[in-house]
Design a protein around this ligand. Structure first.
Ligand code: HEM
Length: 474
C-alpha cells in the first residue's frame, strides 16, 4: 500500500503500469513473494496473452540478466509483418541463429567503434551546416523550429551512413520524411487488438493493417529505388566509396552469409537502421535540450564546462566529449526522466520459473523503463530534473546498472548505443555551446510544455520552438 502511493502512473496513462497489481482473483501467491522481494511486478492477461509488467530495477535484472536468454524473443506485432518484412529484421526478429547473424553483421558493418569513427567528419560537416543556418536565424532574430531542425539533422546523418547520400524531404513520399516517420512510429507503437486476440487479426477492426500496408509500400518503393541505384552505379563504375547498402548487396550476391539472404533481408535491415536510429536520437536530443532550456542553472553550468574544455573560439569536436563530465550528467538525467523507449517489449521462449513464479511460454514481458527511472526506492526526488545527482554517483547507462536502462540491456539491448549516444551528446553540446536559447512570445522557460506524448514504444517531446543568439567569438 505504501509503495502504491509513492509510485507514479505508468507511461501509457495506465495508472496501474507503475504498480504491483493483479487483475481478477490472485492465484499467484508466488508473484506476491516475488514482488515483495524485487519490487513492482504486475501479471495479467491481455486477451489470450499472459503479460508481465516489470517496474523496478531488481525485477528488470531478473528478466534482462538472470533469465535474459529465455526472454530474448520478440512477440508478434502487426507492425513486424509489414515493416519488418515478416520478422526478417533485427528489431522485431525472433530470437535464433538468423537474428543473431543479422545483428552481428550490422554491428560489424555499421555500428562498430571503427565504423562510427569513420563517419566522424560527416557528422562534423552536417552539424556545421546546421550551426551555419542557425547563425543566420540568430542574426535575423527569427524563431526556429528546433524539433524540425534536429529531426532533419538526424535523418541526414543516418541516411549518409546507411545509404551514402542525403534525401530531399519529398524523396520518400509527398507527405515528407518527418510526417511518414511520425505516422510509422505511431502505428508501430499503437496498442493493437489483433496482437492480443489473434482470431480478431483478420478483421483488422482498428484499420492498422491497412495503414501499415500503405506505409510499408512507401518504404519498400524507396528502398527498391535506392538498391537499384546502387546496382546501377556499380555497373557503371560510378561509385566512389562503399556504403552499408553496397556491403549488404555484396554479401547477398556472394552467398557468403551462410543463411538465407535476399533482397527482402537487405531491405529489412536497411529499414531497421532508418527506423531504430533516426527518430530515437532526434527525440533524445529534443528532450535534453527542452530540459536544459527549462533550467537556466543547468544551462549556465553546462556552458561554463564547454567554455573551459572547448573554449569560445571553436565548435565542439567529438574528441571533447569524453572530457565533458557535466554534459554526461545532463544526458543521463534526461534519459532517466524521458526514456525514448519507455517500454521494452520481450517474450518468453519457453515455460520458465522466475524466483519461484511460473511464467508460461509466449508470455509478453514489458519492462517499464519509464517507471524504473522514477522509482522512489532507486532515485531521490525522482520527479525533479537534476543532472547533479550523477556528479557523485557512478551510475552507468550502458546496461550495467538496472536503475538506468534507456538503451535496454542484455541480448536485445540496443546495438546502436555508441552511435546514438555520440550523436545525442554531440548535438546537445554543440547547440548549447554555440547558442543561447530564448522561447518565443515571451514564454517563460518554466512554462515550456513538457507533457509526454507516449506510445507503447516511443515517447515524443512536444514541439520545441526557440530563438537563438550566437555565443562564440568569430
Ligand atoms: C539515443 C538513441 C537511441 C536510443 C535511446 C535507443 C534505444 C533502444 C532501445 C530501448 C531498444 C530496445 C532494447 C530492448 O528491447 O531491450 C533498442 C533496440 C534497437 N536499437 Fe536502439 N536506440 C538508439 C539509437 C539507435 C541507433 C542509432 C541504431 C542504429 C542505427 C539503433 C538500432 C537498434 C536496433 C537494431 C535495435 C533492436 C535490437 C534487437 O532487437 O536485437 N538504435 N534501442
Amino acid at each position: 500500500e505504501k509503495k502504491k502511493k509513492k509510485l507514479p502512473p505508468g507511461p501509457t496513462g495506465f495508472p496501474i503500469l507503475g504498480h504491483f497489481h493483479l487483475l481478477g482473483k490472485n492465484p499467484h501467491q508466488d508473484l506476491h513473494r516475488l514482488a515483495e522481494k524485487h519490487g513492482p511486478i504486475m501479471y495479467m492477461r491481455f486477451g489470450s496473452v499472459p503479460t508481465v509488467v516489470v517496474s523496478s530495477p531488481a525485477a528488470a535484472e531478473l528478466f534482462l540478466k538472470t533469465h535474459d536468454l529465455i526472454f530474448a524473443n520478440r512477440p508478434h506485432h502487426e507492425a513486424s509483418s509489414y515493416l519488418g518484412y515478416e520478422q526478417r529484421n533485427i528489431v522485431f526478429g525472433r530470437y535464433g541463429p538468423y537474428w543473431r547473424n543479422m545483428r552481428k553483421l550490422c554491428t560489424l558493418e555499421l555500428l562498430s567503434n571503427m565504423k562510427i569513427n569513420q563517419f566522424q567528419p560527416m557528422r562534423k560537416a552536417e552539424l556545421g551546416l546546421l550551426v551555419g543556418s542557425l547563425k543566420q536565424a540568430a542574426e535575423a532574430k527569427e524563431v526556429v523550429d528546433l524539433s524540425l531542425k534536429i529531426a532533419s539533422l538526424s535523418a541526414d546523418m543516418t541516411c549518409l551512413m546507411v545509404f551514402g547520400k542525403k534525401f530531399a524531404d519529398r524523396d520518400l513520399d509527398e507527405k515528407g520524411f518527418k510526417e511518414v516517420m511520425k505516422e510509422t512510429m505511431e502505428e508501430a507503437a499503437a496498442f493493437n487488438l489483433g496482437d492480443y486476440f489473434p482470431y480478431l487479426r483478420r478483421l483488422d477492426l482498428q484499420g492498422s493493417a491497412r495503414r501499415l500496408k500503405k506505409l510499408s509500400k512507401i518504404f519498400d518503393g524507396f528502398l527498391e529505388r535506392i538498391i537499384d541505384e546502387h546496382v546501377q552505379n556499380k555497373l557503371e563504375k560510378k561509385q566512389s566509396g562503399q556504403d552499408f547498402v553496397d556491403t549488404m548487396m555484396g554479401i547477398m550476391e556472394s552467398g557468403e552469409a551462410g543463411f538465407d539472404f535476399d533482397r527482402r533481408h537487405v531491405k529489412a535491415v536497411l529499414l531497421d537502421m532508418l527506423l531504430a536510429g533516426m527518430d530515437t536520437s532526434a527525440a533524445a536530443v529534443e528532450w535534453a535540450l527542452s530540459e536544459v532550456i527549462r533550467h537556466p542553472t543547468v544551462t549556465k553550468k553546462l556552458q561554463k564546462e564547454l567554455e573551459q574544455i572547448v573554449g569560445m573560439n571553436q565548435m565542439v569536436e567529438e574528441s571533447h566529449l569524453s572530457s565533458l563530465k557535466y554534459l554526461d550528467c545532463v544526458i543521463k538525467e534526461s534519459m532517466r526522466f524521458h526514456p525514448v523507449g519507455p517500454l521494452l517489449i520481450h517474450e518468453s521462449m519457453e515455460d520458465c520459473e522466475v524466483d519461484g513464479f511460473q511464467i508460461p511460454k509466449k508470455s509478453r514481458v514489458l519492462v517499464n523503463v519509464w517507471a524504473i527511472g522514477r522509482d522512489p526506492d532507486a532515485w531521490k526526488d525522482p520527479d525533479i530534473f537534476s543532472p547533479d545527482r550523477f556528479l557523485d554517483r557512478n551510475v552507468d547507462l550502458r546496461g550495467r546498472d538496472f536503475q538506468l536502462i534507456p538503451f535496454g540491456t542484455g541480448r536485445r539491448g540496443c546495438p546502436g548505443l555508441q552511435l546514438g549516444l555520440t550523436m545525442v551528446q554531440l548535438m546537445v553540446a554543440q547547440l548549447v555551446h554555440c547558442f543561447d536559447w530564448e522561447l518565443p512570445d515571451g514564454l517563460l522557460a518554466s512554462e515550456l510544455d513538457m507533457s509526454e506524448n507516449f506510445g507503447l514504444v516511443t515517447a515524443r517531446a512536444t514541439h520545441l520552438m526557440a530563438i537563438p543568439t550566437y555565443r562564440l567569438h568569430e
